[in-house]
Design a protein around this ligand. Sequence first.
Ligand code: EPZ
Length: 409
Amino acid sequence: MLVHGAKNSALPILAASILCTSECVLHNCPALTDVGTSVEILETLGCRIKRTGTDLWVDPTGVSNGDVPDGLMRKMRSSIVLLGAIVSKLGQARLTFPGGCELGPRPIDLHLEALRKMGLHIEEDGGSLVCAVRGRLHGEVLRLKFPSVGATENLMIAASCAQGTTVICNAAREPEICDLADFLNRCGAKVAGAGGRTVTVEGVERLHGCEHRIIPDRIVAATYLAAAAATGSALEVRGVEPEHLSAVLSTLEETGCTVRTEPGRVALAAPSRLRPVRLLSTRPYPGFPTDAQAPLMAAAATAEGESVFVENIFESRYKHAPELCRMGAEICIRGRVASVRGVPALHGAQVAAPDLRGGAALVIAGLAADGETRVSGLEHIDRGYERLEQALAAAGANIRRMEREGKHG
Ligand code: EPZ
């Protein structure tokens, strides 16, 4: 199975492209609804964008409007990452608190605290943020209380054209941070240390456009591999960077899967029944990624024994558990801890995707279950997976997308 470009890399890179004074071409850009929303927002700001296949051509030279419509802001969480780019480009911005998955409170305090320190004046006006800076943002030493991915990205972008040098301490280290840094440096920025705990950005006058290939989506790869593990299958995933997945691969090996990697490929062969995962704790990268927790829980639901999950990143990221229980899974949630007692088999049921990765988990469970499963709420899944049902069907899964039932359906 071929892995498409990373959603969580494409979104901050699209935000950063606003800063460029000439065109950008983004290769391997996934066709996802979240990317579509980003494109809509950039066009509202004045960008011209066109897609040919997996290439996105962005002309940001017409950006003149700093107000992001509320409806678009609410459609996804990552829209807050636009703030640094817009105020750097225009000196002012107006946007509302971001939406996105319901994973518990999605505060943006780390973003706002650091941007205020860089000189951005932010007023909260009934759910809207009215932001302005006189002249340019100035470089600062910024210490993040938590290695927030979005805050690190927002600040890297804001610092790229700030006056002076910015040091981001306790930065997120995800591969998407490195991809954003590569994009910014290709545009003439001076970003150093991405992927480590401290990122240093020396502000430059302006950024020019560039061509950039977006990294593969490590969470989509993890999802495909979890589907193979859950169904006792052998599967090869291509167009992936194995080292971006090492925590997931070692967990899959713990369940009894054999994993073989070479540059750009991962081959997995699963046993007919998985062993349980003794303890799966989600952590900032390079720890086990929170986005792969739900897909792995679906696989663990039929393992031979009890698996224990601890979700350390988001407060409420087990909404897929009750849906899995409707399929016969035995899952007990106590706060951040989920204990999954493996059952011999799941049975098909009508289930509803609660969020993006929870939806993918229900598809995985449906592939492993006896009988037919109907998953509703595909709009969640389409935010982060390109035609998931086609990709899985091409690998041998018995899955199809039901056209939306009529109003009497
Ligand atoms: C990014 O979200 C990803 N989204 C998420 O993927 C991913 O789960 C998350 O990073 C962690 O890896 C995109 O990149 C678009 P955070 P983000 O800021 O930036 C708290 C998916 O399924 N926090 O690292 O929002 C926050 O509440 C999505 O593709 C603050 O308290 O994640 C959370 O508990 C879901 N204050 C924790 O930090 C802030 O100002 C991690 O958030 C910011 C975050």
